[in-house]
Design a protein around this ligand. Structure first.
Ligand code: ADP
Ligand code: MG
Length: 260
């Protein structure tokens, strides 16, 4: 089985779902760290103005001086906003909330991130992009830059309507901006194995999306709330726990799916 991504361009994965609280940020960080554990060079990008990914690596978005805002709006090199933590991370700051308006009059506004990534194409095997809970210009930039999309869904509050809306957005992106972007997989998260409801939700997912639903599932555990407070992934915070293992299994599954 492959453990390292070996092409000379990174595989770019966006983590998207317009619903909040479904574990987009948690999945971006922990899958990225799992890729890194397997020997890959990984860059994470925080495209969410809330800056949760940035915080989860112990960086305060309120005091970040150079951020993705400068990359998207002022075309600063992405190299200048990357910090080295467990993985490399291109940080968000609070002013990222203003980026959508600041970019709205720019020609090529949907491709700013895609262009910015050219500067680091040789440096990474994976680029993992966290997105905000909306389908605005920041998410559109992520989907335009991406080869693949991973869609975390919370088992308990499964929103089929939300998933169909995301698929429609992806279709629009394919027609206009990025013909090859595809769903890598749908990831059931926050799974409470004690409830019948969670199992039913996964059955509904599999009926509608077939083998696009990952075999990996992420169970509910307090570890995922504890780790970010310490500025760590669960793989670092509790390396031998099942939470860490579930993201290692997901990394293995993604790597087995192939390059791009
Ligand atoms: P999103 O980025 O989609 O808004 P987050 O990754 O921030 O979602 O997760 C939402 C909340 O749920 C966070 O407080 C996070 O720590 C917690 N969380 C994420 N995954 C799990 C899990 N498997 N078990 C328990 N709590 C989780
Ligand atoms: Mg988030």
């Amino acid at each position: 089985e492959p453990s390292v991504q070996t092409e000379n361009r990174p595989k770019v994965i966006a983590f998207a779902n317009q619903k909040g609280g479904v574990a987009k940020t948690t999945t971006t960080l922990n899958l990225a760290v799992a890729f890194a554990e397997k020997g890959n060079r990984v860059l994470c990008i925080d495209m969410d103005p809330q800056g949760n990914l940035t915080m989860s690596q112990g960086i305060d978005p309120d005091t970040v001086e150079r951020s993705m805002y400068d990359v998207l709006v002022h075309h600063m090199s992405i190299r200048e906003v990357i910090r080295k933590r467990e993985i490399d991370i291109a940080c968000a700051s609070i002013d990222l909330a203003g980026a959508e308006i600041a970019m709205s009059a720019q020609i090529g506004r949907e491709r700013s991130l895609q262009k910015a990534l050219r500067a680091v194409a040789e440096d990474y095997d994976f680029v993992c992009i966290d997105t905000p809970p909306s389908l605005g210009l920041l998410t559109i930039n992520a989907l335009t830059a991406a080869d693949k999309v991973i869609v975390p869904v919370q088992c308990e509050y499964l929103s089929m309507r939300g998933l169909i809306q995301l698929q429609n957005t992806l279709q629009m992106i394919r027609e206009n901006l990025n013909p090859d972007v595809e769903i890598e997989g749908i990831l059931p998260t926050l799974m409470d194995t004690r409830t019948v409801h969670a199992k039913e939700a996964i059955e509904i997912l599999e009926e509608n999306f077939g083998d696009r639903v990952f075999a990996s599932r992420i169970k509910k555990t307090i570890r995922f709330a504890e780790a970010p407070v310490k500025g760590m992934s669960v793989l670092k915070y509790d390396p031998d726990g099942m939470a860490a293992q579930s993201y290692r299994d997901l990394a293995t599954e993604v790597l087995a799916n192939g390059k791009r």
